[in-house]
Design a protein around this ligand. Structure first.
Ligand SMILES: Nc1ncnc2c1ncn2[C@@H]1O[C@H](COP(=O)(O)OP(=O)(O)O)[C@@H](O)[C@H]1O
Ligand SMILES: [Mg+2]
Length: 234
């Protein structure tokens, strides 16, 4: 679903990603692990078309998407849930969810209602909070809202930037469980994280250091040989 080949990218004149090769297929949950400053956010922003690709190939669903605007990519099913969740605090939970699907071309009110109900089933707490301001939710609930808002766009590729940040382990497990279910339903999930607990649910994983992929393996293998890569994460 997404494939990067030898991607070099940067901000201004500063190179951040160096010859990055990454791939995630439909139905696969792929984790990219890296310490603070490794380039995880830049990686997702590059795939989303926010940070320019300097050279290399970036294919989404078999087509090059270099130079395409983020909102166009989202309409084609490439959805990015940014670091820090970025829900709209003054709007209600339901309004935040509806905003997710608003810009999808040709969406009917029936389809909107169907997607809303699907998200309320995924995270029932969002249904009980549907008329409360997004900003009044707990951190975990806000992350669920951010995930559900992304899913309102019916993505083919869902990218998440450190969804576990600042959350209690139980809540993280709840969210990772939902992501695992999404991959099983056929969506490609690309998750960037500092926490190695994502290896419990990922199929494959990469380690990013100083903007370069320094290790790639099946998630189980990486978890079992943790000492090999642990120093890259600190
Ligand atoms: N807007 C920016 N301008 C210049 N450098 C940046 C900018 N954003 C991030 N960087 C640098 O790029 C590197 C990678 O940052 P980032 O992708 O945010 O890493 P991570 O998400 O893994 O913590 C860091 O060295 C950071 O200082
Ligand atoms: Mg980051």
């Amino acid at each position: 679903m997404i494939s990067l080949e030898k991607v070099n990218a940067g901000i201004g004149r500063v190179q951040i990603l160096r010859a990055v090769d990454i791939e995630a297929k439909a139905g696969e949950l792929v984790a990219v692990l890296g310490a603070n400053g490794a380039g995880k956010t830049t990686l997702l922003r590059t795939i989303s078309g926010v940070v320019p690709v300097w050279s290399g190939k970036l294919l989404f669903d078999g087509k090059s998407v270099i130079g395409q605007a983020a909102h166009r990519l989202a309409q084609h099913g490439l959805v990015h849930i940014p670091q820090g969740r970025q829900i709209i605090p003054m709007l209600t939970v339901e309004e935040n969810l509806k905003i997710g699907a608003l810009h999808m071309p040709g969406i009917t009110s029936e389809e909107m209602a169907r997607r809303l109900e699907r998200e309320y089933q995924r995270f029932p707490v969002l249904k009980t909070r549907r008329n409360l301001a997004g900003g009044s939710l707990s951190g975990g609930e806000q992350q669920m809202l951010a995930v559900s808002r992304g899913l309102m766009m019916a993505p083919k590729l869902l990218m998440l930037d450190e969804p576990s940040l600042g959350l209690a382990p139980q809540i993280i497990e709840r969210i990772l469980g939902a992501l695992s279910g999404l991959a099983r339903s056929g969506i490609a999930v690309l998750l960037v994280e500092q926490k190695t607990m994502v290896l419990d649910i990922a199929d494959r994983a990469y380690v990013l250091k100083n903007g370069a992929i320094v290790h790639s393996a099946g998630a189980a293998e990486m978890r079992d040989h943790g000492e090999l890569f642990r120093h890259y994460l600190s």
